[in-house]
Design a protein around this ligand. Sequence first.
Ligand SMILES: Nc1ncnc2c1ncn2[C@@H]1O[C@H](COP(=O)(O)OP(=O)(O)O)[C@@H](O)[C@H]1O
Ligand SMILES: Nc1ccn([C@H]2C[C@H](O)[C@@H](COP(=O)(O)OP(=O)(O)O)O2)c(=O)n1
Length: 243
Amino acid sequence: MPENPITIAIDGPSGSGKSSVSKAVARQLGLAYLDTGAMYRALTWWCLERGLDTTDVEAVAAQADTFPLVIGTEPDAATVHVGGTDIGAAIRQTRVSEQVSHIATNLQVRATMRDLQRQIIADARHAGAGIVVEGRDITTVIAPDAEHRFLLSASEEARLARRARELFDTDDDSALAATHDQIVRRDAADSTVSAFFEPAPGVVGIDTSDLTFDQSVAAVLDAVEANAPAGEPVRIPDHGGNR
Ligand SMILES: Nc1ncnc2c1ncn2[C@@H]1O[C@H](COP(=O)(O)OP(=O)(O)O)[C@@H](O)[C@H]1O
Ligand SMILES: Nc1ccn([C@H]2C[C@H](O)[C@@H](COP(=O)(O)OP(=O)(O)O)O2)c(=O)n1
């Protein structure tokens, strides 16, 4: 087991920059990376493929217990497979984004995901330098004892514009309107089961609204460095660490 593995937990609403910043931080520090949102999306895809009603709490929970999910934890290969099928692209489809909150607010599903996520974190700490884990309940429920915990935020305006540019290559009015459901409605639904708009006690809040992407990454890296035990430099200075 490595000497001092670390877990970096990062939460925040949609479009706050969790996935992109977490991947970059993991790369820089030579850590594994876990996108917990991808796990909820994978289960949503699986249920839709089987024609299940995603609001059927018991039926969905039964699938969560058994569906053959394999999630990659390399920041440059954060792959998602179920039963050997690569669904990395399919889980980003609009039909999945529209339904995923039904799955993510199912408390039985959350309990199953919690156990899976904790196992992945334990494995990464056992096998390597540690892991960056991002989602909505990582700082509060999944890994409240993580060495470093962050809540990323950004104004609704900034988050909508980012997502619109990502999905439609523009943030004109029609792109913003099309993005609204994915960001605002989904966050409202998801926040009924997790608290990710404000940092919990002991969690470092970073508002990325007026930061560039690189500044957001640097803000997390600087805070990790500042919080590291004395004599243990954590930043790997050259290109992307050892993974
Ligand atoms: N200051 C910033 N911090 C983080 N991401 C930013 C920033 N400015 C622009 N972006 C872009 O916004 C998008 C954020 O998306 P993502 O990382 O998927 O957010 P989340 O995982 O929170 O939904 C990315 O395309 C990223 O490059
Ligand atoms: N730990 C988590 C991670 C994601 N979720 C929910 C929140 C979202 O509706 C879905 C998908 O998460 P994802 O992080 O991919 O969402 P974004 O599209 O990046 O906003 O899962 C959750 O409830 N708890």
